[in-house]
Design a protein around this ligand. Structure first.
Ligand code: ZN
Length: 317
């Protein structure tokens, strides 16, 4: 069986991989996203795919692509992606033309959830809530052993559930979404504010002395080094993340909450106590007792593995 090329495109990075039809990752390449223009992204992807094919010498069946939604997977159109700044972009067609291969695409959080459920440690688990904490916050559901899409493919978007009435403005245009208070972007914003006010000298030093250069990774590192300001930022974000997860746990009663995404994986141990506290305080007791919170076992490969499954479903042999 021929291999599948898989792409995981985020707001700031592009990860490509060659996967076997059984979902094994054979080779990967990672690059920063050089532009957010859809055609530029497709051309960067085509160059990345060519490099992977030259490196491995495989003749792939096609491309599975994980990309931030909301999207319409039947037409391969990105309906509105705040992370990429796209509206109504027929990206599957653009990517297929650039790479001269058939393309199947799906939401990046859903791909990560599917990857974990298909080939991760929680293989074939019946009920999973997957939460991706990266620049933004994505989410996806596996219920009764299958991926859940909802009426218009938007089920699972936990990042845009509201946890703070009249809170900060979110990338989606609303106020007080979980993404606006607990994402990598929100951590960086709170870190910059703290560094500017002079309350976080450790943070400022880690960012090379410039408050504008503070990122989520600096906040995580400063918290680990004992910075009270950075620890306060993470505690607040963790409490909000916990509140969002507690509401979803009460609604869905999952066995597993799996945390993925660059920020979620790097900060898992730091925010876990806040999430567990929020579950005890805010979720219905039987649902809270039934759930276990774990980091994604496939790490940054989860989206690639799920994109492989998506391609195989759309293009069975
Ligand atoms: Zn939002």
């Amino acid at each position: 069986m021929a291999e599948i090329v898989c792409l995981d495109i985020g707001g700031s990075k592009m990860l490509g991989g060659i996967l076997s039809a059984a979902g094994a990752v054979l080779a990967t390449r990672r690059e920063p996203l050089s532009s957010r223009d859809p055609r530029d992204v497709a051309h960067q992807a085509a160059a990345l795919v060519r490099a992977l094919l030259d490196q491995t010498g495989v003749s792939p069946r096609g491309i599975g692509c994980a990309i931030p939604g909301p999207l319409d997977r039947r037409t391969g159109t990105i309906v509105h992606s705040p992370n990429l700044g796209w509206r109504n972009i027929p990206f599957a067609a653009i990517l297929s033309q650039a790479c001269r291969l058939p393309v199947a695409l799906d939401d990046d959080a859903r791909c990560a959830a599917i990857g974990e459920w298909w080939r991760g440690k929680r293989q074939h688990a019946e009920c999973i809530l997957f939460v991706v904490v990266g620049t933004g916050i994505g989410g996806a559901l596996i219920l009764h052993g299958r991926p859940i899409y909802g009426a218009t493919d938007n089920a699972g978007e936990i990042g845009h559930t509201v946890v703070l009435i009249d809170g900060p403005r979110c990338s989606c245009g609303k106020r007080g979404c979980l993404e606006a208070v607990a994402s990598g972007w929100a951590l960086a914003e709170a870190g910059r504010k703290s560094a500017r006010s002079g309350n976080a000298p450790e943070l400022l030093t880690l960012a090379g002395g410039s408050a504008d250069a503070v990122g989520a990774d600096h906040v995580l590192r400063a918290a680990r080094c004992g910075s009270p300001a950075a620890q306060g930022i993470l505690e607040n974000a963790g409490a909000m993340l916990g509140l969002g997860i507690a509401n979803a746990v009460t609604l869905l009663n999952p066995q597993w909450v799996i945390i993925g995404g660059g920020v979620g994986l790097a900060g898992f141990d730091v925010v876990l106590p806040s999430i567990q506290r929020a579950l005890r305080c805010h979720a219905l007791a039987p649902a809270a007792q039934a759930v276990t919170i774990v980091p994604s076992s496939l790490g940054e490969h989860a989206g690639l593995v799920g994109a492989c499954w998506i391609f195989l479903q759309a293009h069975p042999e």
